[in-house]
Each structure stands twice: as C-alpha cells, then as structure tokens.
Design a binder for this molecule. Structure first.
Ligand code: G3H
Ligand code: ZN
Length: 338
C-alpha cells in the first residue's frame, strides 16, 4: 500500500495506549527485516532514514528502498526523516516523498530551535505532513565513555554497568532532560505533531539496561498532550521482569520501556541494538561457514535475527495485531528464495 503519514498512526496509538516502533532503513536487509516482522505481526511501522543512512545509501536510494517495501506491504508504513538537521533537509525530504519529518534543533539555543521547528511545521502542514521536533538533549554514550571505557564496561554484569553509568553520566543525563514548562511553550509556538523529549535515555547503547524517567514522561505528557517519542531506546530496560533477571534495580521515579508506553510514549526509536543483532547473526553464520562465497547466505541470518528482535519490540510496544485486514499473499516461502 502507499506510504501513510505518522500523524494518523501516532494519534491512533495515543488514543489506544500503544506505541509504534520506528526502525532504521540502513540497508535493504534491514528494511526487509522490519517489513517482514510488521507483516507477520500485523503491526503498523515507521521506517526512518537517519543522517548516517543518508550519507551511506544516499537520500534517493534510502527513499526508494522504503517506498518499494511499503508498496508491497499490507500494513501501514511511514517514511520518516530521523534527526533532520536543517530546514533545507526537511524541504528536500518533502520533495523526495517522505511522509513524516523531524527537526532536531536540540543543539541550538531554544529560540532558534523554536523558530526553525515552527518554520518547518508551517510548510509541512501546508502539504499535509506531520513534524517531530526535539526538546532537551538526548545524549549519546560516546559523550560519556571512550571506546576503551565502553568496551571495558560491556564486559561487566548489567547491574555493574548501570551503577558505573549512573556515576559517570547520571547527573548530566538528568540535567539534559526536557523541561515540562518549556515543552508547553515549545509545542504551542511551533505547532509540531509529536515531541522527541529527552526523558533520560542515551543514544547508542549496546544492551537494554538503562531506565527512563517516569516522573518526567508523566509531566511532559500532561504539559503537552502530544504523542511523545522515545529516542535512544536500544539501551532502555524493556520490562520489570528483564530488569530483575539482569539484577538491575530501578528507582521509584524510573520506569521500563513497557511502562513508559502506558504513560505516553507513542513512537519508539530502536536502532543500535537491531544493528548489533544483525551483525551477530551474520557473524555466527560466517563463523559456521568461513568458506562461504555468497554474501546473501551470510546476510540472511543477520536479517532473520534482526527481524525477530523487531518482532519482539512490536509485541512489547503493543502495536502487534493493530492492523486488521488480510495479509499480503504470504511470501514467507518465496521471499528468501535463494
Ligand atoms: O533516532 C534514532 C534513535 O533514537 C535510535 O537510538 O540507536 O540508541 O536505539 P538507539
Ligand atoms: Zn535519536
């Protein structure tokens, strides 16, 4: 089916208390992994094109991949710009056929962020497209840890990793969170459709161990009434049961991804952990068959591993089963024909 906008999907999700997964269109295999999971789960889905993907595949190729996948799909698919860097890039994406935009002005002074977000929203709305904008600052793990430090930390138990991160990054991550009063003003002055608010997550984590700030999500939800978007979700602990199994203790004002969906997250961006899972799947395949010459036979297990993780996120977010109507002719027998 043709691409749909994120507005309709997020409004529906907000009304019914679930979230739409937003996964990155980094290459054809990732796109297929996401679409196949969405088809089988009967879940609406957002495929987003990051700045890295634009540099890697080019805007035209990335757009074409998502378009082709959506065209064949029987579930609603959104083509979204992730962390749009400027007014001009957003205009280019409108021209390219994106159905959802983002401006990330979090590194700008607030007034400039408001001004550019409002300008993009005005032209986007004129052509029926919704806009996500960022408030507060959602950091990346590299802001706090060198590669050596991160590698050392990854060797420790999840609980030790969380303790070390709390000491190293906790106060700064807290200080960067979006302010609810400011969010109210930001939303009313920009007219945006969804808010990527910093609520305690960190981009680029290698495992789901880190909590979100429940109190901040609640306050932002109350202040804005908008669908909230969670960035940096790879590192966020998924459920209480998983936290317990990993020996991670949450503080009273913290919550898991599952809980955060219940209190206002409507779009959840997961990228890094999907990429790692893909690589692991491919590496295992190549370890098993080091003489393999056909790259497709190594990439396919990566695709399948990524697809299963995407599926599990769709179930966690409650978006599975939200699409009624018939699936496309089930191509599972032929789609991986070699
Ligand atoms: O914008 C993309 C996301 O925020 C992905 O974050 O790579 O930490 O999952 P992640
Ligand atoms: Zn992000």
């Amino acid at each position: 089916m043709p691409l749909v906008t994120s507005k309709e999907l997020l409004q529906q999700a907000q009304k019914e208390g679930y979230a739409i997964g937003a996964f990155n269109a980094n290459n054809m295999e990732c796109v297929k992994a996401v679409i196949e999971a969405a088809e089988e789960e009967r879940a609406p889905v957002i495929l987003q094109v990051s700045q890295g993907a634009i540099r890697y595949a080019g805007l035209k190729m990335a757009t074409a991949m998502v378009n082709a996948a959506a065209e064949e799909a029987s579930v609603p698919v959104v083509l979204h710009l992730d962390h749009g860097t400027s007014f001009l890039q957003n205009v280019q994406c409108i021209h390219a056929g994106f159905t959802s935009l983002m401006y990330d002005g979090s590194a700008e002074p607030l007034e400039k962020n408001i001004e550019t977000s409002a300008k993009i929203t005005e032209i986007a709305h004129a052509v029926g497209l919704p806009v996500e904008a960022e408030l507060g600052n959602i950091p990346k793990i590299e802001d706090y840890l060198s590669t050596e430090e991160a590698n050392e930390l990854r060797g420790r138990s999840p609980a030790e990793q969380v303790d070390a991160l709390r000491a190293k990054a906790g106060p700064q991550v807290e200080a960067l969170m979006a302010d609810p009063g400011q969010a109210q003003e930001f939303v009313s002055r920009t007219g945006i459709d969804s808010l990527a608010a910093a609520v305690g997550s960190i981009h680029g984590m290698w495992d789901d161990i880190w909590p979100l700030r429940r109190d901040r999500i609640e306050a932002l939800q109350k202040a804005t009434g908008l669908p909230l978007v969670c960035h940096g979700s790879s590192g966020v602990i998924r459920t209480r049961a998983e936290a317990k199994a990993k020996g991670i203790e949450l503080k009273p004002n913290e919550c898991t991804l599952e809980e955060a969906v219940k209190i206002g997250l409507c779009k959840i961006n997961v990228a890094t952990i999907i990429s790692i899972t893909f690589l692991r799947g491919a590496r295992e395949a190549w370890d098993e068959r080091p003489m393999e010459k056909d790259l497709r036979k190594i990439l396919l297990p990566g695709l399948k591993a990524a697809k299963e993780l995407v599926r599990s996120y769709m179930r966690l977010f409650g978006s599975s089963g939200k699409v009624t109507g018939p699936a496309r002719v089930d191509a599972s027998e032929v789609k991986h024909a070699e």
